[in-house]
Design a protein around this ligand. Structure first.
Ligand code: NAP
Length: 294
């Protein structure tokens, strides 16, 4: 239980509702800012203006998954008012206060560092990334269905990258009956691909693979789907790039060649916001419980 713990949840989207639900169930006291248009209420959670939150007593601050915008504003879909975060707010919290975010843009990292507060990036965690790879893979299937006129079953799908997302995506498309080719640079990843019943290829073989693929799914956050690979693709080939901005595809060249290329970001929040929120809520609750027992 989190009895006695005081948490400020500042802004966010539907995923925050799962966090609020979980933390209130565990008996934490929650202050919400940026939720004035939310009709739902939670026992143990009070809606406040940012300036009315008693930050001096707050043990943890939960920010939206994107952390903080470059303007210093905290994004919220549940309010029309602007939530501004400043170092002064962190300074007001007790020294043990932990700040939770999904990712941390430089402004947030600097602010937390200067205030000397611990910043936890939930998306850096292996467990969160692996859990998130499940809705990501499902979202990728949705994209493939929406943007092609052929079945996944029987089609040739090249997945690039054997990280947490690549592995789940490759397995999902393989289970749907696609002929999955897996591109990676490390020999152990190529070995794992064989163990999973996939056909491995080395990164420098991508151009040859591109010639026969119906769908290319990239998970590598570097430019790997280059103009020379795109030049080999057949007109119906679909590129789904999952890697964080700006993706790993030469989108300009793909457009020039008339190859459909989609940068499909934030799929967990898009296709399964409840699950995506529960993933964060469960990990957050565990971390808070561990902190509380220290
Ligand atoms: P990860 O576990 O770190 O995997 C990334 C993979 O890329 C690793 O296998 C890495 O191989 C490989 N790689 C990196 N640079 C490479 C290069 N230059 N050439 C070849 N391979 C390279 O990351 P992840 O959790 O799978 O996430 C992958 C990307 O998807 C990230 O950008 C993440 O932000 C994004 N993502 C997107 C969504 C969405 O909804 N679109 C959801 C979740 C995550 P090595 O091991 O050899 O370095």
């Amino acid at each position: 239980m989190l009895t006695g713990l005081q948490v400020a949840v500042l802004g966010g989207d539907a995923r925050q509702l799962e966090i609020i639900r979980k933390l209130t169930e565990l008996d934490a006291k929650i202050y919400l800012a940026g939720f004035d248009q939310l009709e739902q209420s939670f026992t143990g959670a009070v809606k406040e203006n940012m300036e009315d939150i008693p930050f001096e007593q707050i043990d943890a601050i939960v920010l939206p998954v994107a952390g903080l915008q470059a303007t210093g504003e905290v994004e919220t879909i549940f309010s029309k008012s602007h939530l501004r975060l400043s170092k002064d707010i962190f300074d007001r919290t007790p020294k043990h206060c932990v700040i939770f975010t999904g990712i941390s843009p430089p402004l947030l990292t600097n602010m937390a560092e200067k205030a000397g507060r611990k910043l936890v990036r939930l998306f850096d965690r292996d467990d969160v990334a692996i859990y998130n790879s499940i809705p990501t893979a499902e979202g990728t299937v949705l994209m493939a269905i929406q943007h092609t006129d052929f079945t996944i079953h029987g089609s040739t799908v090249a997945v690039i990258g054997m990280g947490r997302v690549g592995m789940s995506v490759a397995r999902t498309f393989n289970n749907l009956g696609a002929n999955v080719l897996l591109g990676a640079r490390r020999s152990e990843h190529l070995a794992r691909a064989i163990e999973m019943g996939l056909t491995p290829f080395k990164m420098n073989e991508l151009s040859a693979v591109a010639e026969k693929a119906d769908i290319i799914i990239n998970t590598v956050p570097s430019l790997v789907v280059t103009a020379s690979a795109i030049a080999k693709m057949r007109p119906h080939t679909l590129i789904i790039d999952l890697a964080s901005k700006p993706g790993g595809t030469d989108f300009r060249y793909a457009e020039k060649r008339g190859i459909k290329a989609i940068l499909a970001l934030g799929l967990p929040g898009l296709v399964a916001p409840k699950t995506a929120g529960q993933i964060l809520a469960n990990v957050l609750a565990e971390l808070l419980k561990n902190d509380a027992t220290k």
